[in-house]
Design a protein around this ligand. Structure first.
Ligand code: FES
Length: 156
């Protein structure tokens, strides 16, 4: 199990509890801090709130926004909404899978990239669209993707 700093989690849990916050905002804040929901933190949340760990996990897995594994430095979200689907989102995903050697939900061994599928990113006129962290890339094709990945690798 990875060693993580639990202090921020304890602060979040105590603060949210004192405001009688519900579980979802607490989980959101934990994910904002750690990038995912670490097991150790969910155990602490269970102890402090008295909510069984299985119930917390059941709630969290219901929402696709929550992740249970650490993510890479760059999170690649390939849009699979209708417009992007029609414009070849599946081929776009193929190119990323080939280039990075990972499937959706996985992270490259160097910890740089995580690949995800998402629903409409809200800029359908640019289909097919991908978001890498906060940056949007539109009208993608394999050679554009190649260039983009090379640039991110150079940045490290
Ligand atoms: S369907 Fe991809 S941005 Fe809307």
């Amino acid at each position: 199990m990875d060693k993580i700093n639990l202090e921020p989690a304890i602060e979040i849990i105590e603060r949210e509890n004192s405001h009688k916050g519900s579980l979802i905002p607490t989980l959101q804040k934990i994910q904002e801090t750690y990038g995912y929901l670490p097991d150790q933190v969910l155990n602490i949340l269970s102890k402090k709130t008295g909510i069984p760990a299985s119930q917390i996990l059941g709630t969290a897995t219901f929402y696709s926004q929550f992740r249970f594994k650490p993510v890479g430095k760059y999170v690649i979200k390939v849009c699979h909404g209708t417009a992007c689907h029609i414009s070849g989102a599946e081929q776009i995903s193929d190119v990323f899978r080939d280039l990075l050697g990972i499937k959706e939900g996985e992270t490259t061994d160097d910890g740089l990239f995580t690949l995800e599928n998402v629903a409409c990113l809200g800029c359908c006129s640019l289909a097919p669209v991908v978001m890498i962290n906060e940056t949007t890339y539109g009208r993608l094709n394999p050679s554009k993707i190649n260039k983009i990945i090379k640039e991110y690798k150079k940045r490290g």
